[in-house]
Design a protein around this ligand. Structure first.
Ligand code: GLC
Length: 540
């Protein structure tokens, strides 16, 4: 078990993201709950993870599945009670698992009492917690657009003002210019720290320094000033792990966020590697995967943050499609390619995050449009049609990149609703649950699950995973991603065949006869078989 009293314990840790709505339902309402997370802690302990990033469980109208919070200090009743939350923290702790909560600090729900008061009365003490501009109903302050469609301003006739929202009208932006608002947030964070939470994931943190009058959303001039204050005021214990979601971050930016002096955050989720196959936008997917671009992107981050920050490592989350369907082969080579992608990621420097079901090689789903839940998907569909796309054309992007791909219920067994719920699941279960489920994975020593278990254990055993310098091999090779890591006497080689064809072996001289730490085929030697991966190790 990791010593979590050490300042940067999270550099040796592996986290697992739970999206509670889809994880495990225990009361038959078709929605996952906290008791369900508790029930599955043994499974997570077996996998070997050190912490859970819990997507939002706060009171919420669920317009955006909890990323619209109406009370930061209460639990969403279908998920359970505060007592369940306390029980989860305690039970997880007993297994050496730290709970990291999701903090949505850029916006609240429009049903938060602050906003209800703010929009009813210009003189409310909470009015200035949000961003308002005077105006007439036909003339918004400017033409900014919201991420989930439509204008970024909504008019409130009762007070004759527009409010600003970067995501949806149900998610009004909080006004970080207001010190009283910031103080409320810091106090709320301390409330959770006092409950025993070990860290936070900070939703769209790069947006808090927005300046709508200058049309600035991400990376506003005061962004880092705000984050430093937040860190000083709310994250006092230096053992708390904090990870900011920052779609806009490049290497330079990430060095500021993850400054080793601890003045800001532990690390950020950056997305450059996940966007290498985006065309015009995320709905427009470039195939095949531009592997050379992906390799160089990882190289830039691995070298760029070495000793000057810290990387997060991930392939999936609740906003991204299933990786095995995206960069792997979710049919014939599903198991092989899921393992290969895992090895590529877990061999690098940083803190790995596994998204629920990734360790089973869960895949994307295809549903008729009316069966999707996500507001972003429905909006993309509407906008696609408005642009003149055919319904089939609009669906292609959604099949490839829609967020509900990751949100279908966790597949536990081959029984009713994949063992997720006795009731009707809020989102359909992927029909492939009869084959892909945790029960089957646990019974099969060659499953994707045990491969992840092995990768997690390796990170604990060999310092090179944490410390090693990264070197990209054969940068221009379009089929194989291979790199080495070196620290002191330890050398690690990771080779990944991204294709369904054989590729020439990649094995520098000094790795001849090296120990195989992980592989997805028996007898790993000679040319690389379809989606083969090898992790070799020597100590000199
Ligand atoms: C983040 C969340 C996403 C949410 C958005 C708005 O990107 O991960 O799920 O919709 O922020 O809060």
């Amino acid at each position: 078990m990791l010593d979590k009293t050490k300042k940067d314990w999270w550099k040796s840790a592996v986290f697992y993201q739970v999206y509670p709505k889809s994880f495990q339902d225990t009361d038959g309402d078709g929605v996952g709950d906290l008791k369900g997370v508790i029930r599955r802690l043994d499974y997570l302990e077996k996998l070997g993870i050190d912490g859970i990033w819990l997507s939002p469980v706060y009171a919420s109208p669920q317009k955006d599945n909890g990323y619209d919070i109406s009370d930061y200090r209460a639990v969403y009743p279908p998920f359970g009670t505060m007592a369940d939350m306390e029980e989860l923290i305690a039970q997880a702790d007993r297994r050496g698992i730290t709970i990291i909560m999701d903090l949505v600090l850029n916006h609240s729900s429009d049903q938060h009492r602050w906003f209800l008061s703010a929009k009813a009365d210009k003189n409310s003490p909470w009015h200035d917690f949000y961003i308002w501009r005077d105006g007439t109903p036909d003339c918004p302050p400017n033409d900014m657009r919201a991420t989930f469609g439509g204008p970024a301003w909504t008019y409130v006739p009762e007070i004759g003002q527009w409010y600003f929202h970067q995501f949806s009208p149900w998610q009004p932006d909080l006004n970080w210019e207001n010190p009283a608002m910031r103080r409320e947030l810091y106090d709320m964070i301390r409330f959770w720290v006092d409950k025993g939470v070990g860290g936070f994931r900070l939703d769209v943190i790069d947006n808090i320094g927005k300046e709508p009058d200058r049309k600035i959303t991400c990376n506003g001039p005061k962004l880092h000033q705000y984050i430093r204050e937040l860190s000083r005021e709310a994250f006092r214990e230096d053992t708390l792990v904090t990870v900011g979601e920052a779609w806009s971050a490049g290497v330079e930016e990430a060095r500021r966020y993850a400054n080793p002096d601890g003045s800001e955050l532990s690390m950020v989720f950056q997305f450059e590697h996940m966007c290498v196959d985006y065309g015009r936008d995320k709905w427009d997917v470039v195939k095949p995967l531009p592997l050379v671009k992906l390799k160089k992107c990882h190289e830039r981050w691995q070298k760029g943050l070495a000793g000057r920050g810290w990387n997060s490592l991930f392939l999936e989350n609740h906003d991204l499609p299933r990786i095995v369907s995206t960069w792997g082969d979710d049919k014939k080579y599903r198991v092989e390619s899921a393992k290969m992608l895992a090895a590529m990621t877990h061999g690098m420097q940083g803190t790995p995050y596994i998204y629920q079901g990734e360790e089973l090689g869960m895949t994307n789903i295809r549903l008729p449009i009316e069966q999707y839940d996500d507001l972003e998907i429905h909006n993309a569909y509407r906008e696609g049609l408005a642009r003149g796309e055919t319904p089939e054309g609009a669906m292609e992007g959604i099949y490839a990149h829609g967020r509900d791909n990751a949100r279908t219920p966790m597949q536990w067994t081959d029984g009713k609703n994949a063992g997720f719920s006795q009731g009707t699941p809020w989102l359909p279960v992927n029909p492939n649950y009869t084959e892909i489920n945790a029960q089957a994975a646990l019974a099969d020593p060659n499953s994707v699950f045990y491969f992840y278990q092995r990768l997690i254990a390796l990170r604990k055993e060999y310092p090179v995973f944490r410390e090693g310098d990264f070197t990209l091999l054969n940068p221009e090779d379009e089929h194989v991603f291979a790199y080495t890591r070196e620290a002191g006497e330890e050398r690690l080689l990771v080779a990944c065949n991204f294709t369904a064809e054989e590729q020439p072996e990649v094995c520098p001289e000094r790795f001849r006869g090296a120990r195989v730490l992980a592989a997805n085929y028996p007898d790993p030697s000679g040319s690389l078989r379809p989606f083969e991966t090898r992790m070799l190790y020597v100590k000199e």
